[in-house]
Design a protein around this ligand. Structure first.
Ligand SMILES: Cc1cc2nc3c(=O)[nH]c(=O)nc-3n(C[C@H](O)[C@H](O)[C@H](O)COP(=O)(O)O)c2cc1C
Length: 321
């Protein structure tokens, strides 16, 4: 197989989702294979100190590469070889068969995180379908039984994160609240994707700029109370992994996460991750208790539902096809 043919498809692969839209992946073409690694500068040491979301994002990227290659008729397989020290997750190499997947490049291209209003949550049939995707990898997809109880947990998690200057500094680095920002069309979280009106974006920018001064005057509480995602509808789904999932296993679950999101997408649904619920120990423990699952098995949380209008497309560093 001509690996150069894959290079032309990279902009499609770049549509993979990543926490804060840092697009941490890095491809290196060498010795007849494409090595998948990551850039240290595109990780989130404050918001994602364990690297869980980094590894989920890298797995989502690997799965996206395999889908895009298969749809173009290129036979590629992924050989995992996780190496923290050299920041490598494995390599894509020529295979005898095309990667088996029900998904197409158009699904990869069209899928979007949607932080807007949802008309309804997923039907039982879709819940069963995504649960089956996770079960095939030894995990599961659980719907939170009492989503109304999550409001207080979400506010508690947000307050805790907004109270941490390192998390806020890092978030500011990836926020693109003004269209004149030099990386507005390249990466990060922009005002449109965050569903912020112009005044709200300007207000948030000003509040975060004054953060060192306002932190002790209750800014974290104010910021946490400013958004109520659960009021915008949908169900809350939790991706659960097997007990004692190791780091390479988390990369594998990133692949599962992408398959879950594409299954939702092809059913006309979208996901809005709420990772803060499992980023903070106390809310993670409370969520685990609500689901009767050991807290360290919770890998990802998202509000899921049927969008009322198309969400804006997020930026990518490799954007032109
Ligand atoms: C592992 C992971 C964790 C994420 N956590 C959050 C989150 O807590 N809140 C949020 O609004 N978006 C979250 N996202 C969504 C990303 O911000 C989104 O994928 C990125 O901005 C690119 O946008 P897209 O998904 O529309 O392509 C997460 C994505 C991934 C892969």
């Amino acid at each position: 197989m001509d690996l150069a043919a894959f290079r032309a498809l990279e902009p499609f692969c770049w549509r993979a989702p990543s926490a804060h839209n840092t697009q941490p992946w890095r491809l290196r073409y060498e010795s007849g294979a494409i090595h998948v690694g990551w850039h240290a500068a595109h990780t989130l040491p404050a918001a994602d100190p364990t690297g869980r979301d980094l590894r989920l994002s890298l797995g989502a990227f690997v799965e996206t590469c395999l889908i895009v290659a298969a749809d173009a008729g290129l036979r590629l397989e992924f050989i995992a070889s996780f190496d923290e020290q050299h920041r490598q997750v494995g390599r894509l190499r020529p295979a005898r068969h095309r990667y088996p997947t029900p998904f197409r490049t158009t699904d990869v291209w069209q899928r979007r995180t949607d932080r807007g209003r949802f008309a309804a949550g997923p039907e039982q049939q879709t819940l069963d379908a995504v649960d089956s995707v996770a079960r095939q990898a030894g995990g599961g997809l659980l719907a939170v039984p009492y989503p109304d109880r999550l409001g207080a947990l979400l506010r508690a998690a947000d307050r805790r994160l907004y109270a941490d200057p390192a998390v806020v500094t890092e978030l500011r680095r990836w926020l693109r609240l003004d269209p004149t920002h030099p990386s507005y069309h390249a990466d990060g979280l922009n005002d449109r994707c965050l569903a912020l009106s112009r005044p709200a974006a300007t207000g948030l920018r000003a509040a975060l700029a004054a953060y060192p001064l306002l932190r002790r005057l209750g800014l974290p509480r104010l910021l946490a109370a400013a958004d109520e995602p659960l009021a915008r509808g949908g169900a809350v789904l939790v991706l659960v992994g097997p007990a004692d999932l190791d780091r390479p296993g988390q990369v594998e679950f990133g692949r599962v996460l992408l398959r879950v999101w594409l299954t939702l997408h092809t059913a006309g649904l979208a996901a809005h991750p709420l990772s803060q619920l499992i980023d903070v120990d106390a809310t993670r423990t409370a969520l685990g208790a609500l689901l009767d699952v050991a807290p360290d098995r919770l890998l990802h949380v998202a509000r899921v539902g049927r969008p009322t209008r198309p969400a804006p497309r997020s930026a990518r560093r490799l954007g032109t096809v």
